[in-house]
Design a protein around this ligand. Structure first.
Ligand SMILES: Cc1cc2nc3c(=O)[nH]c(=O)nc-3n(C[C@H](O)[C@H](O)[C@H](O)COP(=O)(O)OP(=O)(O)OC[C@H]3O[C@@H](n4cnc5c(N)ncnc54)[C@H](O)[C@@H]3O)c2cc1C
Length: 365
């Protein structure tokens, strides 16, 4: 049976919008509050672009105090709030709620402190994932979780999706790489989860906020762990004439007691779609390719690459290439790190991808 949706009450929505804008205007500069459709349309969806909804307004606070004030006002007015990082989420978490406010954290993008001794950094939620590693590269450190969207996605979004990436098998998800999260509850109260010490007193609630999709608190500060850059990393690219063989090779590697630094399988449709853009040299005849990375000292990498090669050959790999230098390693991974892949993942065109993220990216720089 088809449901008949009643037409929206335009006059009531418009009145609510006016009340919200009037309430938020005194606490936000003019450029930090958007409500005209031409300004809010870039926020109508996230990476799950099949679903779209226009918000009443979009707020772009520049301080934690403004975040708290906005939430308190919306709480009092009973207006739902959807926090937003860079809008790369693929599960619709940042899609507006009808007659609600989108709270973009994109302007909170400062790296507050870096401590090489304790290997930690305190960052605001709008800082891009990759920007953390870039900021600490001169110290020989990096931030390990690496979603393929890391050039654009924010640490606030990573926390709220508990994001992982190709290197998370060895280095863990966001949950395993964050020590402390500071945020604001819907009533404007400031809260902290976790601490710098591994055994802080009281309930350990850090895991609750991880992957909570903005439903528990608006994250305003994140303390991340940093890890030392390995001396060397090399990646094996193995081709398979059958997807199942590739999947079984993954199990065989793990069964052999090897935890690769990175592990990813791409099917034929994916390699064919991305090769045109990235020119990584993927085997386009293979039903699947497997990328297996090893990192560590020169000796560790040599030994692990040899062991993984043996397992892959025994698992029926029809071809094996091993990266010979850092640029080739990055090239092998490029099909998983480029926006072009989104074409495959969400059936968007490159143009749509660019349009979708332009608003967020402009704010991030
Ligand atoms: C090409 C591409 C590749 C991807 N690859 C991966 C991958 O390898 N691994 C992976 O895990 N994901 C991947 N993703 C999904 C996405 O990038 C991640 O989920 C990422 O963490 C989202 O970050 P964001 O800043 O874009 O968050 P948004 O999409 O803006 O938000 C995600 C969720 O977090 C909430 N949120 C955002 N910021 C805050 C905050 N400060 N406080 C409270 N709630 C907040 C939002 O309400 C929403 O529920 C990919 C996406 C794309 C487009």
């Amino acid at each position: 049976m088809n449901m008949v949706t009643p037409p929206p009450d335009i006059a009531a929505i418009s009145a609510l919008q006016s009340r919200l804008v009037s309430a938020l205007s005194p606490i936000l500069p003019e450029h930090a509050l958007l409500w005209q459709p031409e300004d809010t349309i870039p926020y109508e969806c996230d990476g799950l672009a099949a679903y779209r909804r226009m918000p009443l307004a979009v707020a772009l606070p520049e301080t934690e105090a403004q975040v708290a004030q906005i939430l308190k006002i919306c709480f009092d007015m009973q207006i739902p709030v959807v926090p937003r990082g860079s809008g790369t989420g693929l599960s619709g978490g940042a899609m507006p709620i009808s007659q609600g406010l989108v709270l973009s954290l994109a302007k909170l993008k400062k790296i507050i402190s870096i401590d090489a001794f304790t290997r930690t950094a305190v960052v605001q939620p709008g800082v891009r994932n990759l920007a953390i590693s870039e900021a600490v590269a001169h110290l020989g450190l990096y931030y390990a979780p690496d979603p393929s969207s890391q050039i654009a996605c924010s640490i606030g979004g990573n926390v709220n999706e508990n994001s992982g990436g190709v290197h998370c098998l060895k280095y863990g998800l966001t949950l395993h790489n964050v020590l402390r999260v500071r945020g604001v509850l819907m009533n404007g109260e400031i809260v902290e989860f976790g601490s710098l010490a591994p055994d802080s007193p009281g309930l350990d609630l850090l895991a609750i906020v991880m992957g909570s999709e903005g439903m528990l608190a608006v994250v305003t500060e994140v303390t991340v762990k940093l890890v030392a850059k390995p001396k060397l990393a090399r990646v094996i690219m193995a081709s398979f004439d059958d997807i199942e063989k590739g999947g079984n090779a993954v199990a065989a590697i793990i069964a052999a007691g090897i935890i690769p630094a990175g592990l990813e399988m791409m099917d034929k449709a994916t390699t064919r779609a991305v090769e045109e853009f990235v020119h990584a040299g993927y085997d386009l005849e293979a039903e699947a390719i497997l990328l297996c990375e090893s990192d560590g000292t020169f000796e560790e990498v040599a030994e692990e690459i040899a062991r993984m090669t043996k397992v892959l050959e025994e698992s029926g790999a029809s071809g094996i290439k091993i990266s010979q230098d850092e640029s080739e390693r990055l090239k092998f991974w490029s099909g998983r790190k480029m926006p072009s892949l989104l074409q495959v993942e969400s059936q968007l065109t490159i143009t749509a991808w660019m349009a979708l993220f332009l608003a967020d990216i402009l704010l991030l720089y």
